[in-house]
Design a protein around this ligand. Sequence first.
Ligand SMILES: [Ca+2]
Ligand SMILES: [Ca+2]
Length: 427
Amino acid sequence: MTRFLWLLTLLGLTIGLWLLIDRPSTPQLVTEPPELLLRSGGQGTTMSNNQRAFSLSNRAMGLPERIRFAAGDEPFEHVFTSTDGLGDPNNGNSCLGCHINNGRSVPADGQVTAPGVILLINMGLDAEGQQIPHPELGLQLQDRGQQAEGTLTVNWEETSGTFPDGTPYSLRSPLVVVDGVDLGDAFTSLRVAPPVFGGGLLESIPSTELESGADPQDRNQDGISGRTAQTDAGIGRFGWKAQRPTIATFTQGAFEADFNLDFDLAAEHFGNDFLEDTAFYTSTVAVPALRQRTDPEVLAGAAWFVQVGCASCHNTTPWKTGENPVQALANQTIVPFTDLLLHDMGDKLADGLAQGNATGSEWRTPPLWGIGLTGVVGHEHYLHDGRARTPEEAILWHGGEAQVARDTYMSLAASDRALVLRFLAAL
Ligand SMILES: [Ca+2]
Ligand SMILES: [Ca+2]
């Protein structure tokens, strides 16, 4: 009997020990932090960390360039009316009205009243890979003005889940309703405005550098198969699907599509160079510097960021910009935390709308520089349609090529997940 009790005790101890050792194992940090440059936006980086952090001129520019910057800032901030060229229908009457403090736009909740989101539309691609416009609506729903093409309503659906350690989370995804027009078989994509700074630097990364980072066939077999976006005028870098090659073409496109602008009327008001000046402005807004980059928690978070696989797309290695007529943009060492490549992000983020060679489930890796100031500058809404209310929600939406990184992040101990978020907050 005693022997039996002894055996029982031994068994109990063994099981106890086994349970102790074999608790669901969380990954351990084994990676060194990457070097974190203070001036991630090159010499012209700004130390501003307040509401104006995305609104200052590249600090390395001289006086003539700052004057031109100020000239371009004017149309960017101006509230257009029909007298200075605003068309009808449109999506808004001011660049700044969507790009709040040069940051993001507020996604709609319910019926759209304030400008902020844009609904892109197409009927698929033709044989040459060009988008086929909707017969009545073109490539974008202009939902504002007397002649609005339709009304846009965005409802949000909540879903919940738990981390492997049992921590609950909740995510929301948009349900878009367009009234007053028949969309037929059209593909649609809801987009919020991304921040407007640092663009001229991204534009100055040599195309060959971007090509050499691409791995469309995933030859190194790390599960990441980023590819360059192709446009008629070179590699695409801007927009959520990298659908445009330059900030200037995006700026022109915004005047055309968002304002439906009469360029002659606008030129009468602002002078003939207003388009070039605005493009100069949108290209030369300074990038904010990193904060607390020597804080041990930030460094540990950066190391986790690399170890988890985030840096496979959101590169932590510096780029060197090439030539640029604006000296402050040329030959700069920058860390935008993006490869500027298209990645398949899985079904949940897919919009089904192809643009250029980007498929309905591909998105450009967005730069993460300045992301920690998002709330300081305006409001927190992340991802292409603003569905994520926190950076962590953005991570949880990652799928496709980023599924492994997302799952690994989720398997971290809660305190280590907090370090990753701490790092993002310092960018
Ligand atoms: Ca339209
Ligand atoms: Ca690869």
